[in-house]
Ligand binder design. Structure first.
Ligand code: SF4
Length: 507
């Protein structure tokens, strides 16, 4: 049974924050084993918003279902009907939290939803979103994807002004800024608040009778707008982190929310204002490399197309004689297809992923070598035995998982194992909403490509060049990308100096 936090539900007493904390503490002391860490960067959130649908909560649920890959630890949905604003959130997968019974407690024609990956164990439930705040501007719910980088200053200033924070989440800072804004109207207050925060944010917000969507001026995180046509009345307007959510909702993609744009949806329709302009775009290129689903179109471009091009470019830049191209599933599949086609080498599913591995597991009593990876991947021996294998993956973070996979392929009889990575070496942490290890744990920040090759025990190792990656994602003058985790050049000020200095020193 998922633990849930109720707010504003008729007939249900709001769970107090203390109770939520006590529950979190109880879970943390249990003997449940967490599944082994997969050595990947993790996106922190997916968001969705619905306006003008009689079953808004169910639509938000479907949207979140499609965005589950962007966060699996908590999820929440807030709904409004013009008068009330209810919110339910909990720990677990979207389908675990939102049973039919729970969805029925969320009436209304508007909804916002959020799914989150969280590293902060003891505050996970409190920091689950949407966050619902009763402010001087009325009830506001917010769901946020990204990370603010001028947190400390703003929180201290707001607390001096009397703000009481429910959570440690930076998303709440935006709501508190709105509550403390001197602007005359709510829209002005939102625009005023957004122009004070620095960093990455794609957000959806809801009051009792309006839905808002906005992106930061640099457009770090994706956010698209779609429409469900209704011949008998006003159309349903939807927003989602990725367009794959629109497919499940049968919504038509209309456009991206622009960097620096604030969109408002009311019963009278959609209005928009540019609250910031003239700041160079720096959308997260890693969305194209790994995070987003290949069936999504983000930053005006199909992810599948970008990954296919990355594979082709990788083959052009660092092709190697081989018998078979094998992806590390699932995220390496599209790039591997591109590589195989470009190189004229057969593509084979030489590694099979177990999709049913949960978040907890029972470990064998005797320690088994590389158990964590074996739980998720298994080699197809007859495809690998005696073969020269090109393995395609999308990143090496600590190097530990890559080493286990190379060993696994070699253990299945491969004669040679050549690892190709569809992006440049990850040398710097991310401050814009992606959970990255610190610089000391990023293998490429501390070792040369040849040293990494030796560590992971591959016959050869090559990464895609930065120029190659930008070309594959159409990184032209009019389509700017953040590449800070590959270069150490951060597009904003206010990042953690202690993290950056050692990174810069090694460049
Ligand atoms: S630092 Fe890397 S992961 Fe973070 S926003 Fe920039 S490109 Fe994306």
């Amino acid at each position: 049974m998922s633990r849930l936090l109720y707010q504003g539900i008729e007939g249900v007493v709001d769970r107090s924050l203390e109770l939520a904390l006590a529950q979190v503490g109880a879970e943390d002391s249990s003997r449940t084993q967490r599944a082994p860490q997969w050595d990947k960067l993790r996106e922190e959130c997916g968001i969705v918003a619905i306006h003008g649908h009689p079953e808004a909560a169910r639509q938000a649920y479907l949207g979140l279902y499609a965005l589950q890959h962007r966060g699996q630890e908590s999820a929440g949905i807030a709904t409004a009907d013009g008068q009330h604003l209810a919110n339910i959130k909990g720990m677990g997968l979207v389908s675990e939290i939102f049973t039919d019974d729970v969805l029925q407690k969320l009436p209304g024609y508007m909804a916002i939803g959020h799914t989150r990956y969280s590293t902060t164990g003891d505050s996970a439930l409190l920091n689950a979103q949407p966050i619902r705040v009763d402010s001087t501007k009325g009830l506001i719910a917010i769901a946020h994807n990204g990370n603010l980088v001028n947190l400390g200053n703003l929180r201290a200033r707001l607390e001096r002004d009397g703000a009481y924070f429910q959570t440690t989440s930076d998303s709440e800072i935006i709501v508190q800024l709105i509550a403390h804004s001197r602007a005359g109207t709510l829209v002005d207050a939102i625009a005023d608040s957004l122009s004070q925060v620095e960093g990455a944010f794609s957000i959806v917000m809801m009051t009792r009778d309006r839905v808002f969507a906005a992106r930061d001026p640099r457009g770090f995180r994706p956010l698209s707008m779609g429409r469900i046509k209704n011949p008998e009345g006003p159309d349903t307007i939807v927003f989602a982190s990725e367009t794959c959510a629109f497919d499940l909702l049968r919504a038509e993609y209309e456009r991206d929310v622009l960097p620096g744009e604030l969109v408002m949806v009311t019963g009278d329709g959609v209005t928009s204002r540019q609250y910031a302009s003239g700041i160079p775009q720096s959308s997260c290129i890693f969305e194209h490399v790994y995070f987003a689903r290949p069936d999504s179109r983000i930053f005006g471009r199909w992810v599948q197309e970008s990954r296919d091009q990355m594979g082709r470019q990788l083959a052009r830049e660092s092709g190697v004689p081989a018998d078979v191209v094998v992806p590390v599933p699932d995220s390496g599949v599209t790039a591997a297809l591109g590589y195989a086609e470009q190189a004229g080498i057969p593509f084979r599913f030489g590694l099979i992923r177990n999709h049913y591995v949960g978040r907890t597991f029972i470990e064998p009593e005797q320690r088994v070598r590389d158990f964590g990876v074996r739980l998720k991947l298994n080699p197809v021996r007859n495809l690998l035995e005696g073969k020269r294998v090109v393995l395609i993956d999308d990143s090496i973070i600590r190097g530990t998982t890559s080493r286990k996979i190379v060993r696994m392929v070699r253990g299945a009889g491969a004669r040679e194992v050549h690892l190709r990575i569809s992006c440049p070496p990850t040398i710097s942490p991310c401050f814009y909403g992606v959970d990255t290890p610190s610089k000391r744990d990023l293998i490429a920040a501390n070792q040369s490509v040849e040293e990494i090759r030796r560590y992971i025990e591959a016959d050869s190792l090559a990464y895609l060049s930065l120029d190659g990656l930008l070309k594959c994602c159409d990184g032209s003058e009019h389509n700017g990308y953040c590449t800070a985790c590959y270069t150490g050049n951060y597009p904003t000020q206010w990042v953690d100096v202690n993290e950056i200095l050692p990174a810069a020193a090694s460049l």
